[in-house]
Each structure stands twice: as structure tokens, then as C-alpha cells.
Design a protein around this ligand. Structure first.
Ligand SMILES: C[S@@+](CC[C@H](N)C(=O)[O-])C[C@H]1O[C@@H](n2cnc3c(N)ncnc32)[C@H](O)[C@@H]1O
Length: 316
């Protein structure tokens, strides 16, 4: 699979998110400025994106609150994610927020930000009323808190040099996020990256959303479908089970790891939320929803040198 096909997965994710937002699953006034209105998607896909977005944000907010925002967020393979703007609206911004992705993706994101005031203006607002300086060039964006940078995540030296350039302080509590990203690189490459993160950041949380149970029949069919669209999951061996997902961290020195499939995450939603989203669209194929949700998971892992309570992060 070429890098172009990997980059195209961002368009897929962004348009699915856009459609789910249009249907009222969650509020995001920003994604519409990065991706055109999307074609209809199946209700189980929309519900899946809701639980994914909600689940990641739930763990992330726990981390931000534990660190009282004295922390950093690094989003790997961020694509057209709008989390920075949404956290800003909620007063939950960290000290530094860095996104890394391929140049082909960051250049388009930078272009849209530069040309849409709805995206650009919030980046210029600072706490003291003086406008922030922003530089957008060479497919990268730099502002005091928010950086979008190009990097190939398979190249740890590249990742390290970009994070240094963004001013990342390895001693500050840091959370890494990836959503369907590691699966596109070989297990050796993702393992090198996770080892480097664990070795370099003493107080760190990693939140990974990705496929799981991929060795069963449903998983095999999923892989065949993707392959027919020239999309090879090189890292699928790490997605065989919840244990393989956790072990990819534990085997390279992380202190603790936990994982939950999306069916379980769904049942952890507040009952009022479940009631609301189940009324948005009629879903007659509950079995398909269940199968789909059992083939994705959120895995989170930590190292907690500063002892700030990272082991207690999880779904209550
Ligand atoms: C499925 S998309 C997800 C985008 C975003 N995280 C989301 O959930 O909406 C995967 C993203 O990871 C990026 N990606 C995958 N492998 C990468 C690599 N080796 N280096 C940089 N970016 C990568 C792709 O370009 C793409 O934007």
C-alpha cells in the first residue's frame, strides 16, 4: 500500500465524522470548514464514530483535569481532526498542542485554516487580548500553543526533531493520541515509536483507537474489503486481541495498559446519551452494530514518574 492510500484514509474519516455531526450525534462547528458535506453513511457507522470521538475525549479530559492543563497533547496522524478548537471552546487547552501527519495532509489542512476565518481567528486569540502571531508556510503551522507539522511516524528521528522544534518539554505530563494510525505501519515501526515515547517521556499517557479481534472471520473479511481498495493493514498483528493491543506497550517498558472494545465503551456512555443517540436514527441490524463495535477498541497506556494518578484513568 502506498502512502497516498494511507493519506486518503483521512478523507474517509473526516467525511464520516462530518456526516455524523450533520446528523446531530455531536457538536463540531469546525469540521465543515475542512471537509465538504458528506454522502449518507449507515447508522452503525455514525454511531461508531460517535462512540470513538466520545471515548477518546473522555479519557483525554480526565488527563487534562488531572494535570490542571499543565500538560501537552501530541496527536499522531491527526488528519483533519478539530480537537484543538473544541478544547479551546471548552477552556481545556493544554500548554502545547502538536499534530503530526504526512505533508500531503498537513498542507491541505494549513491551506484551509489560512483561507477560513472561522478556523484562523480562534488561533489568533490570546489570553491577554493581543493577537497571536501565526506562521503558516511549507505545509506547517506554528502559533504559540498550536503546531501542525509534517513527519513520517515510521521515522522516530523525524518525529523527535519535529517535537523538539515545536518546543515540547519531555518532563511535562504529555498525552499522545492516535486514531486508526499505527495499523498502517509494520508492528516493528510502531513498536520503535512506542518504545521511544515511553523511554523519552517520564509522565505520559497514550490513547490509541484501532481495530481489534482481527484474526476472526469478521476481521478477515474487513481486511479483504480494505485490500480490494488497495489499503493494506501492515500492523494488523498488533490488533489480534485486547492483549496484543496492551502488550505492544507493556513489552517496550510502559508501566500499565488497559483496553476496552467499543461495545463496552458504548455501554459506559451516560444513559441519557445512549437514549439521545438511539433516537437519532433507526437501526434494525443490531447484530452488525455489535460485530462492528467488537472489532474496534480504545487502548490506553501510561508511565507515571511524577505520580499524578495516571493509573486511575479509565472508563468509570
Ligand atoms: C484514518 S486517518 C485518521 C485521521 C484522524 N486521526 C481521525 O481520526 O480523524 C489516519 C491518518 O494517519 C496518517 N498517517 C498514517 N501513517 C502515517 C505516517 N507513517 N506518518 C504520518 N502520518 C501517518 C494519515 O495520513 C491519516 O491522516
Amino acid at each position: 500500500m502506498g502512502d497516498e492510500a494511507i493519506q486518503a484514509t483521512n478523507d474517509d474519516a473526516a467525511s464520516c465524522k462530518r456526516f455524523a455531526i450533520q446528523q446531530g450525534y455531536w457538536r463540531d462547528p469546525y469540521l465543515q470548514f475542512l471537509v465538504k458535506a458528506a454522502e449518507r453513511k449507515a447508522p452503525e457507522i455514525n454511531r461508531g464514530y460517535y462512540v470513538r470521538t466520545h471515548g477518546i475525549k473522555y479519557l483525554l479530559e480526565d488527563f487534562i483535569k488531572k494535570t490542571e492543563s499543565n500538560c501537552q497533547i501530541i496527536s499522531l496522524g491527526a488528519g483533519f481532526d478539530t480537537l484543538f478548537w473544541r478544547l479551546k471552546d471548552e477552556g481545556l487547552l493544554p500548554k502545547t498542542y502538536v499534530e503530526l501527519d504526512f505533508r500531503a495532509v498537513t498542507s491541505r489542512k494549513c491551506y484551509y485554516i489560512k483561507s477560513r476565518s472561522q478556523l484562523l481567528d480562534p488561533l489568533m486569540e490570546s489570553c491577554d487580548g493581543v493577537k497571536n502571531k501565526i506562521s503558516i508556510e511549507n505545509a506547517e503551522l506554528h502559533s504559540p500553543r498550536y503546531h501542525i507539522m509534517t513527519a513520517d511516524l515510521r521515522d522516530v528521528a523525524d518525529v523527535e526533531s519535529k517535537l523538539t522544534e515545536a518546543g515540547i518539554d519531555k518532563n511535562l505530563p504529555t498525552v499522545f493520541i492516535s486514531e486508526c494510525v499505527l495499523v498502517y505501519m509494520t508492528v516493528q515501526k510502531s513498536s520503535d515509536l512506542l518504545k521511544w515515547i515511553g523511554d523519552s517521556f517520564p509522565t505520559v499517557l497514550y490513547i490509541n483507537y484501532e481495530q481489534v479481534n482481527m484474526a476472526d472471520r469478521f476481521g478477515q473479511v474487513m481486511q479483504q474489503n480494505l485490500r480490494s481498495r488497495h489499503c493494506e493493514l501492515h500492523g494488523v498483528d498488533a490488533c489480534a486481541s485486547m492483549d496484543t493491543q496492551k502488550n505492544r506497550f507493556l513489552s517496550v517498558g510502559w508501566e500499565g495498559a488497559d483496553a476496552m472494545d467499543m461495545m463496552c465503551v458504548y455501554h459506559k456512555l451516560p444513559p441519557a446519551d445512549i437514549h439521545r443517540i438511539e433516537r437519532l436514527e433507526f437501526l434494525d441490524e443490531l447484530e452488525l452494530l455489535q460485530q462492528l463495535f467488537q472489532h474496534y477498541c480504545i487502548c490506553w497506556a501510561y508511565k507515571d514518574k511524577a505520580n499524578i494518578g495516571l493509573s486511575s484513568i479509565g472508563f468509570a
